[in-house]
Design a protein around this ligand. Structure first.
Ligand code: NAP
Length: 503
């Protein structure tokens, strides 16, 4: 029986949209993009907290083939990203392929039919259906499963609880006594905004974060017009910015062992920034990280540190013991009375996100169990042995460079080479070989030895780059130039083609 669709893509964020655009280019036009939210945009749809903006400059944080000359700032605010996602979906004919409010709960490779059987729930209607597709592509994001720590007593709290991924614009913060738990990249953007509205703000920090200055400014309309009229000028700006980011990533993080000085220089810059912004020495001490720059994702802000000078803002570093109806009690027995609790506590990557739903491949192999029993792994960060016709776009070792678009476009190139070869051979089924997968895993493992994650001091970072086995299995440890070169030149016999696994 022929499957209903050429492909099913799970996730309508920038990753899923890139995959859809590439499927069209490859002539696989009969596909669906399934999305659990009620609109497209992925992270830029879900996150709507005050202060949300990109922290990779917008000339780089966008598809290279679809530049937007009209970003209002060097670092565009979140709403512009959402608007850009809508524009791309319209222009590339993706909207008609998207189905919202669809939660994919499982997928199974049908060995006889050589296609995927995908279970899709539609919670709004209380219904479920089964769809079949020749190819399955998951673009479910890295940071898409919000995490709420199990603080004792949280259920007894009588004020308002807001997770940063479920912001309520109608909740007026004026005259509120607010707490923000967490000091990751989200909190760094949110803290100054909440401080600007609330009557009192306590920030609960467990681990400080490295923050460097953000060189941000509005982009004058004349420059926007220039970018629109002469796209080569924006291309040049992208090239310069991308090269600078690449240098930071390659020297500061990936080649820590060989270029320790670059890493130290970044830490010195962040410390000077802190010294210039925070008056109180004790607060500065508390805000200073004790792990190497890059162990945990560093962030950029000109306003975060100096918020702690304000008399109504307090930094609390005692551990949270429990919550009560009207406040947070810390391990020293003190209660901070609040009426609004903001959870900037991030995401659960390793326990529930790899993969985001149950995926059963050939011979009944369960992807989540395979990864947990045998190390997290994926050839070129995209395919896994025993999972034919499956592209896992948010895989271990897939994230290359600092802008997510670098990864997306490398994966689009990988798709081009792989599906091109399938078509040349007149085949419809592929699976990466065990040998190729092992070779790639050995390669990344060896390369990571030089990175800050293993050669640096990361023990106290509590970084989500590390999984439950202590492996930094998220970032691909080579330059984006190498990633893109390998995407168009990987050995074609790293894959087996044709009916696989049928005796
Ligand atoms: P995050 O980096 O995972 O930070 C979560 C914070 O919550 C951490 O400070 C963590 O402390 C704290 N936390 C978690 N459990 C806790 C507990 N039980 N008690 C006390 N504190 C607890 O999450 P995020 O800030 O949402 O950022 C996630 C990622 O999203 C960023 O790294 C970045 O990649 C991306 N992001 C990007 C942008 C942008 O580009 N504009 C903006 C925001 C976020 P510990 O560190 O001690 O665990």
């Amino acid at each position: 029986m022929a499957p209903q669709y050429d492909a099913i893509v799970v996730g309508a964020g920038f990753g899923g949209m890139g995959a859809g655009i590439q499927l069209d280019r490859l002539g696989l036009r009969d596909y669906l993009i399934l999305e659990r939210e009620n609109d497209l945009g992925g992270t830029w749809h879900v996150n709507r907290y005050p202060g949300l903006a990109v922290d990779i400059a917008s000339v780089t944080y966008s598809y290279s083939f679809e530049p937007n000359p009209y970003w209002s700032r060097l670092f565009a605010p979140g709403v512009e990203l959402k608007r850009y996602a809508r524009h791309v979906a319209d222009k590339y004919g993706l909207i008609g392929r998207m189905r919202f409010g669809r939660n994919v709960s499982g997928a199974r490779w049908d060995e006889d039919q050589q296609h995927w059987v995908v279970t899709v729930d539609e919670p709004a209607r209380g219904s479920a259906e089964t769809l079949t597709a020749r190819y399955l592509l998951t673009a479910t994001g890295f940071l898409s499963q919000p995490y709420t720590p199990p603080f004792p007593g949280i259920e007894s709290f009588r004020g308002r609880i807001l997770h940063t991924t479920a912001w309520d614009d109608d909740h007026d913060l004026r005259d509120r006594r607010a707490a923000i738990i967490g000091t990751g990249a989200t909190a760094v953007q949110l803290v100054p905004e909440v401080a600007g509205q609330a009557a009192a703000l306590t920030v609960f920090q467990r681990t400080p974060i490295w923050v460097v200055p953000k060189v941000d400014t509005a982009i004058p309309e004349a420059v926007q017009r220039l970018f629109a009229r002469a796209p080569v000028t924006q291309k040049a700006a992208r090239l310069v910015n991308t090269a600078a980011l690449e240098l930071l990533m390659v020297t500061g993080v990936l080649h820590y062992k060989q270029a320790r000085l670059g890493n130290r220089a970044a830490a010195l810059l962040a410390k000077a920034h802190l010294r210039a912004q925070v008056r109180d020495a004790e607060t500065r001490r508390k805000l200073t990280p004790h792990y190497d720059f890059g162990c945990k994702r560093p962030t950029f802000s000109n306003t975060y540190f100096r918020t702690f000078n304000a008399p109504h803002v307090r930094l609390e570093t005692n551990a949270i013991d429990h919550l009560e109806a009207d406040g947070i009690v810390t391990a020293d027995g003190r209660k901070t009375e609040i009426d609004t609790l903001i959870l900037a506590t991030g995401f659960n990557l390793w326990d529930v996100n790899f993969p985001a739903f149950e995926i059963i491949g050939r011979d009944g192999v369960n992807l989540g169990k395979f990864w947990r029993d045998n190390r997290f792994q994926a050839y070129e960060g995209i395919t896994v042995p025993h999972f034919p016709n499956f592209l896992s776009l948010n895989s271990p070792y897939s994230y290359s460079g600092l802008s997510y678009f670098t990864t997306i476009e490398a994966q689009m190139k990988h798709m081009g080479r792989l599906f091109g070869e399938l078509s040349r051979r007149g085949e419809r089924v592929f699976e990466v070989t065990e040998a190729a997968n092992t070779r790639f895993l050995d390669y990344v493992t060896e390369k990571l030895g030089s990175s800050v994650f293993y050669a640096g001091s990361c023990a106290t970072a509590r970084s989500y780059y590390f999984n439950q086995h202590g492996e930094a299995a998220l970032l691909r440890p080579n330059s984006t130039v190498t990633t893109h070169r390998e995407a168009v030149s990987f050995p074609l016999d790293d894959y087996a083609y044709g009916r696989i696994g049928v005796r």
